[in-house]
Design a protein around this ligand. Structure first.
Ligand SMILES: [Ca+2]
Length: 390
């Protein structure tokens, strides 16, 4: 490992009234074969003093920069900055530069086919106009007079997009970006590589196999137009069918349910008290009379109850009472019980879903509360997954 150091402090002649001195540190990284370093051996740190922000940018050629990181750094005006490379890398051609005071600095990031354009706010700027070009010559205005400092531009699947920003100044007039930023769409190889990283467990086996087969076909169709093949990869995502489509809810009927006591302070029946956790209404909840209590669900002829996921909605106003609730099952008429899930992490009035590490299947399920939560659950649901057939 080696270290390159560059000093970026105040520079004589810069108008400090603006307080927006921007310092570039350009460095070329040389290192053993590493994909990212091979593709983008240039690194640049841009410090926007006024915004206390440092941008990390990479480049293939030292002229077109893509922002890959950003850090809020509330340091004084003058800092001595050291730059360190981890791993077996070395810096070469290190240079420090200073941008004009009050400069409009535009940067761009890309996530798949979305470009995110960001710019700073010079002190004398009141609004901004953002323009885009696909060739660096013909420009179209995307935003005029905006007070935002960011713009999300979707659908970047081919070619390049250039962006420039003009600031409207408080005293009238405008100041434009010195250099437009440019971002390239992913290559076909990158689009395919990203597609292949899709998590197979999120999709039905059959649909995932069709997706992979389509990727294989596109990859082999070397004679076809590259842009067409990129569009085909995006279209292939439509073949994927979520595994969630195979989930089914076990229908709990009122006749299956019984709480260990009637409802607090002593009303109704034990069946009615238990049913409040299954009646489909998040405003109603089971509320027992004892510190140790439970709700039994006996599936009867509809059993067993097969469970891959438990979903629940806590009692609004007593959210934490859901935590510590134990789900247990019995196949010997309640003689013995096996715990299969303990609730934790509930702290908001919302639905919670718990994926069981392995399937539970029982004739009877008990929602057990030994922590004085009074079985205060507004809704409980048992979900199972249909077989995922090839
Ligand atoms: Ca309810």
């Amino acid at each position: 490992m080696s270290v390159a150091e560059a000093r970026a402090g105040p520079v004589t002649g810069v108008d400090e009234v603006y307080g927006a001195v921007l310092s570039d540190v350009d460095a070329e990284l040389t290192a053993p074969a590493h994909e990212l370093l091979t593709v983008t051996p240039w690194l640049r740190l841009v410090r926007d003093f006024a915004a206390h922000r440092v941008l990390a940018q990479v480049s293939a050629d030292g002229s077109v920069w893509l922002t890959v990181g950003s850090l809020f750094t509330p340091f004084p005006y003058a800092v001595h900055a050291g730059v360190v490379a981890t791993g077996d890398a070395a810096f070469a051609k290190v240079a420090v530069d200073v941008l004009a005071a009050g400069a409009v600095v535009v940067s761009v990031e890309r996530d798949a086919d979305t470009a995110v354009v960001r710019w700073n706010k010079p002190e004398d700027a009141v609004a901004f106009t953002l323009s885009r070009s696909t060739d660096g010559t013909q420009w179209e205005v995307l935003e005029r007079g905006t007070r935002s400092y960011t713009y999300k531009d979707e659908g970047l699947r081919h070619g390049r997009r250039y962006y420039k920003v003009a600031a409207q100044l408080v005293g009238g007039g405008t100041r434009e970006t010195t250099d437009p930023v440019v971002v390239s769409a992913e290559t076909l190889a990158q689009v395919i590589a990203r597609a292949r990283k899709a998590d197979a467990s999120e999709w039905t086996k059959k649909s995932y196999a069709a997706f992979v087969a389509e990727l294989d076909r596109i990859e082999k169709a070397a004679g076809e137009d590259e842009d067409t093949r990129i569009d085909q990869v995006y279209a292939a995502y439509e073949l994927l069918v979520s595994i969630e489509t195979l989930l089914r809810k076990f229908e709990v009927a009122p006749s299956m349910v019984q709480a260990s006591t009637v409802a607090w302070p002593g009303t109704g029946t034990t069946a009615a008290n238990g049913w409040r956790a299954f009646d489909g209404d998040t405003a109603t909840y089971t509320d027992t009379l004892a510190a140790e209590s439970w709700i039994n669900i006996d599936a009867g002829a509809s059993g067993p109850i097969t469970v891959d996921r438990v979903r629940l909605y806590p009692r609004v106003g007593q959210l934490s009472r859901a935590n510590g609730t134990v789900f247990r099952g019995s196949n010997d008429d309640g003689g013995t019980w096996t715990d299969f899930h303990t609730v934790s992490g509930v702290n908001a009035a919302q639905w919670y879903e718990f994926k069981l590490p392995e399937r539970a299947s029982y004739q009877r399920i008990r929602v057990y509360d030994g922590h004085n939560g009074r079985c205060n659950l507004a809704e409980v649901e048992f979900w199972y997954q249909l077989p995922d057939e090839e």
